[in-house]
Design a protein around this ligand. Structure first.
Ligand SMILES: NC(=O)C1=CN([C@@H]2O[C@H](COP(=O)(O)OP(=O)(O)OC[C@H]3O[C@@H](n4cnc5c(N)ncnc54)[C@H](OP(=O)(O)O)[C@@H]3O)[C@@H](O)[C@H]2O)[C@@H](O)CC1
Ligand SMILES: Nc1ncnc2c1ncn2[C@@H]1O[C@H](COP(=O)(O)OP(=O)(O)O)[C@@H](O)[C@H]1O
Ligand SMILES: [K+]
Length: 490
């Protein structure tokens, strides 16, 4: 597990460290770490360092200072370094003096800078870091565009410029750095997990902030965390003691949702899966181990319900949802169950009164929060949106997307950054429902159930895909390999 801190938290943590270290020492530590990553990237991509062309895009603040000092180190190692000053009057004075003394080229005009970027082996993005406000300012978009066009790899210093460090979105006209890699200092910031596509792999350099950091704003589970939490039957367990999950999903029109969710539940944990709904025949045919009936009222006892995929939003769907919310066990509500919750205050009150995990995509989230004052918008800030929905509705929220955000009513937040977008395929959410429902039935806390399900779901997509599209039934089929891989990581 690792933590993520807001720029504000990191800046506050830096203050006491700055006060007790010699002037400039912290920046030198950061820059030395950044240069190390740049040297590795040059080695991997060009087979050497000496004579390789590195262009540093230098902004007006301390992020630019980091870039200048990293340039000094790269110059010392024999690279041909060009610094492009985007605000020549405000470039970090000590860093600029050191780079000039190291006989680097310094440019302030746009035209030669664009040419230099296009010919570079590596660009260091030191335009702006944690104090970024708004979109990139001229002439930065031109230089960033030149690197993109020439496919020159960019190493983002601290954060990819043009991407909001706190919420991970790209404001303004959409110009921003897409980094091949990012090197950050002291602590990971939200952009690193909320917009992994812009950051690439992130290297964290220790600059001694550890003791000063408060509780992280967000946490990220790793494979070993998920493996350690995954339910494993013990010698005295039987099929009931491990938690029976009930799946209330599917309909005559959408039997596939029932088959995907029930099968995923059967693969996720040992024990027993019950199914209740009008797709009982299809579920039995695909998964003979699932105990299937036509209606939730005669399904038998379960330790958690997963309700919603393909359920329908008519009166029968609402009655099924009401039945499972009143069953006195944890409930996972997805898809049509979320639409029903959004439309009915009485159902929302019942959801708040039991342990409920809701798993909306963006459209379902909008319906779920429509009744709240000033409904939160994930397009503006995913973490705040999920956190507010959880707190105000009294349910745990798993907000789907490339970065999955899990928020509990008590304010805890997990993020799972996906390594690819292959999961954006019809029916994959049904697989997630089955996994998360099974984990709730096994007794996991809703935050753990959601976080572990999201991790294994994304891992199954990676294993099932290996670079090609992966239909939801193949994601389902790869669940066993995914679970094995996280258990092996413990
Ligand atoms: N504290 C420390 O000791 C350490 C800090 N470290 C490093 O410092 C970084 C933070 O430095 P920082 O606070 O100086 O701000 P920074 O991110 O460089 O940006 C502010 C400047 O950018 C400008 N600007 C703003 N928005 C912009 C935009 N969209 N597009 C273009 N420009 C924009 C803004 O202009 P202004 O608004 O003032 O006109 C201002 O001049 C941090 O990320 C890390 O790299 C490390 O060395 C470790 C030790
Ligand atoms: N761009 C993306 N990158 C990674 N994962 C994604 C992306 N878009 C969606 N997902 C994931 O794919 C799944 C889609 O679920 P959902 O929208 O409910 O699909 P369906 O209703 O068709 O089953 C979710 O787990 C979501 O987090
Ligand atoms: K940057």
């Amino acid at each position: 597990m690792y933590g993520v801190w807001t720029p504000e938290q990191v800046q506050a943590a830096e203050e006491p460290v700055l006060a007790r270290t010699p002037e400039g020492a912290l920046m030198r530590r950061a820059a030395y770490g950044a240069a190390g990553v740049a040297l590795r990237m040059l080695g991997e991509r060009t087979g050497g360092v000496v004579g390789r062309r590195v262009v540093v895009l230098v902004g007006a603040g301390n992020n630019g200072g980091d870039g200048l000092w990293a340039g000094v180190e790269l110059r010392r190692r024999g690279a041909a370094v060009t610094a492009v000053l985007l605000s020549p009057d405000r470039a970090h004075p000590a860093g600029l003096a050191a780079l000039r003394a190291a006989r680097a080229r310094v440019l302030t005009e746009v035209e030669p800078a664009v040419t230099a970027v296009g010919r570079a082996d590596l660009v260091l993005d030191a335009i702006v870091g944690t104090s970024a406000r708004g979109g990139l300012r001229d002439p930065a978009p031109l230089l960033v565009g030149a690197a993109d066009t020439a496919r020159v790899p960019v190493l983002a210093i601290d954060t990819p410029s043009g991407v909001d460090p706190l919420v991970g979105t790209v404001p303004g006209d959409g110009s921003a750095v897409t980094a091949a890699e990012t090197v950050t200092f002291g602590a990971r910031k939200p952009v690193h997990v909320l917009n992994r596509a812009r950051c690439g792999p992130v290297t964290l350099i220790d600059i001694g902030l550890g003791p000063e950091l408060p509780e992280p704003t967000v946490r990220v589970l790793d494979a070993a965390d998920v493996g350690a939490r995954w339910p494993v039957p013990g010698p005295t367990d039987d099929k009931y003691t491990q938690g029976v999950v009930g799946i209330a999903a599917g309909s005559a029109t959408y039997p596939g949702a029932a088959v995907l969710a029930s099968g995923a539940a059967a693969l996720a944990t040992s024990g027993m899966v019950r199914y209740a709904g009008s797709a009982a025949d299809e579920v039995r045919a695909a998964w003979p181990e699932v105990v299937a009936t036509d209606h939730v009222s005669d399904a038998g006892r379960v330790q958690a319900w997963a309700v919603g995929p393909g359920l329908g939003t008519d009166d029968a769907g609402a009655a099924t949802l009401r039945h499972v919310l009143d069953a006195g066990v944890p409930v996972l509500a997805d898809a049509d169950a979320i639409t029903l919750l959004g439309a009915d205050a009485d159902l929302r009150a019942r959801a708040a009164a039991t342990t409920t995990l809701v798993t909306p995509h963006a459209g379902e989230f909008a319906r779920l929060v429509a009744s709240l004052d000033d409904p939160p918008d994930p397009a503006v800030d995913r973490v705040t949106a999920a956190r507010r929905a959880a707190a105000e509705l009294g349910v745990t929220v798993l907000l789907k997307g490339n970065a999955t955000v899990v928020a509990a009513p008590d304010g805890r937040v997990l993020v799972h950054p996906a390594g690819s977008s292959w999961l954006a395929t019809a029916g994959s959410g049904d697989v997630l429902s089955g996994v998360a429902g099974a984990l709730l039935a096994a007794g996991l806390d809703p935050v753990d159930a959601a976080g572990c399900a999201a991790f294994v779901h994304a891992r199954a997509a990676e294993l099932g895909s290996a670079g090609s599209p992966v239909p939801a039934s193949h994601v389902q089929a790869a669940l066993s390999d995914a679970i094995r891989s996280v258990r092996e990581a413990v």
